[in-house]
Design a protein. Structure first.
Length: 274
């Protein structure tokens, strides 16, 4: 995926415009295919401030969305970045991208009401841009501003062997599978903790794999995915999804109560500490 005109593709009405890309033949080395970081920043969380999307809240002087974009911007393995935003704040995000000088951001597109809508909007743009089927796509929630570089690089490398991978953190707690009984939840089973992981992002796929999974999912009337890995697991069960080590600092900012913790993480990062 070579340089394509970011200004042109910021308007979703112009997504049909031809992108100026470097096409990679399937037989070429996998390292030469595009590696696209997709940052999903379109949500207006109901558990946060309804008047201020959490993606624009500043942590240690930098908006959350910028922390996430920057994580992909500085990673040498990532060639391109696409950002999905809420149309109401699109101009604001465009200004931030220009202000911070994020050179890898090729397109800013309007996302949707649900996470899946934003994912599909970015995948549609990549399809119209005719990127190679073997391109590597890393889908990341903007509200995880402190994803570490080894996680991003690990996803890219995992796709050399697998068609799907996800960052996940091994559970330190015993997990319980429950069911409803009367007006309470009761324990149905206790899975082996050694096999329990907490899903994080980015979640990474060969482009052909994630496109195929969503095509199959679209035919399912009960299709309500919470993340992209689940789409592959449910609709392409023959495709193993590799685990890439996550970290406790890869926090998801969900409510205002998460802000103080995020500030502490940011301060450690800025001080060069972990």
């Amino acid at each position: 995926m070579g340089e394509f005109d970011r200004k042109k593709h910021r308007d979703t009405d112009e997504l049909e415009a031809q992108a100026h890309m470097t096409h990679t033949a399937p037989e070429e080395a996998t390292q030469s295919v595009p590696v696209v970081g997709i940052v999903l920043a379109a949500g207006f969380g109901t558990r946060f401030d309804p008047n201020e999307p959490k993606q624009l809240v500043s942590i240690a002087g930098k908006p959350i969305v910028c922390w996430s974009i920057e994580a992909f911007e500085i990673n040498d393995a990532v060639s391109d970045i696409v950002v999905a935003v809420n149309p109401q704040v699109r101009d604001h995000v465009e200004r931030l991208v220009d202000e911070y000088g994020y050179a890898k951001v090729r397109s800013i597109v309007n996302g949707g009401a649900e996470r899946v809508d934003s994912t599909l909007a970015t995948l549609d743009l990549l399809s119209q841009a005719d990127i190679p089927q073997q391109a590597k796509v890393l889908i990341h929630d903007a509200v995880r501003p402190f994803v570490e570089q080894p996680a991003i690089t690990g996803c890219v490398e995992a796709l050399d062997q697998y068609s799907a991978a996800t960052v996940a953190l091994a559970s330190t707690d015993t997990m319980l599978i429950t069911e409803d009984l009367g007006d309470r939840k009761v324990v149905r089973s206790v899975p082996d903790r050694a096999n329990m992981f907490r899903a994080q992002t980015p979640q990474a796929f060969r482009f052909s794999t994630i496109i195929k999974a969503y095509e199959l999912a679209a035919d399912d009337p009960d299709f309500h995915p919470t993340d992209d890995t689940r789409v592959v697991v449910e609709y392409l069960p023959q495709e193993p999804v590799a685990i890439v080590a996550g970290s406790a600092s890869n926090l998801k900012v969900t409510t205002k109560a998460d802000i103080p913790v995020a500030e502490q993480i940011a301060e450690r990062l800025q001080a060069g500490l972990r």
